[in-house]
Design a protein. Sequence first.
Length: 285
Amino acid sequence: MLYLDSFSFPDDGREFDFILSIKRNCYNSFYPFKILSKRELTILNFEPITILYGGNGSGKTTALNVISEKLNLMRDSRFNQSNFFPYYVHLCDYSLIREIPSHSRTITSDDVFDYMLNVRMMNEGIDTKRENLFEDYLDAKYSSFKFTSMNDYEQLKKVNQARSKTQSKFVSNNLMENIREHSNGENAFQYFMDKIEENGLYLLDEPENSLSPERQLELVRFIEDSVRFFGCQFIISTHSPFLLAMRDAKIYDLDEVPVKPKPWTSLKNVQIYHDFFEAHRKEFE
């Protein structure tokens, strides 16, 4: 499914006109101006899966943030903006095939990390409560408690419950289960599963972060199935060879000037992986 057809960025000339219109000596940075124009990137034409590839500083995350802001997509975590970010976004334009669904969103590695941290903190809180319940069970079971007034009713219930149940049953009845007893990678993958719905446009910024190779391959299958069966469109910034190899993905190489689409097997990172494993081929035999 295609929602976003193309997105255009200001060229060097339009950027120059804007910069001349303000006092140059007041600022030492005009970010995000001059990031994408120096790559001669003025337009992106999208497919159901479009990938922005490039090294650090290539502008792939900047491009993703600009698109997200222009389209007013939902996102969980904030990102760094300069004073000029709104002006730059205003100079951008886009064309649609069909209306973008309201539940479409941007998902960044910061979102995933915050989610994993929140799950860990909740689990640690539950674990602390579990230890306290173990102590409550022993105190209640072996106490010489005597009921004297209605003020003692809650304690009486606890004593009766402790004396009639095993320790594990007592604790489980008084404690919610851990939110997710998973590894960081499993929680990270679950975040994508929870946030990506049918029929939506999704911008993913380096989704491979926090994912093992095995989990990255699972994410690849999930993305491909979401496109094929569930009407989703993805724009992804990545340098993971697993994601770059997705079927029918259109890949823009932001390490090139001018930026242009390239097959995944000709990208620098992929070539480095290929040469490394080729040099160690005999060790796998």
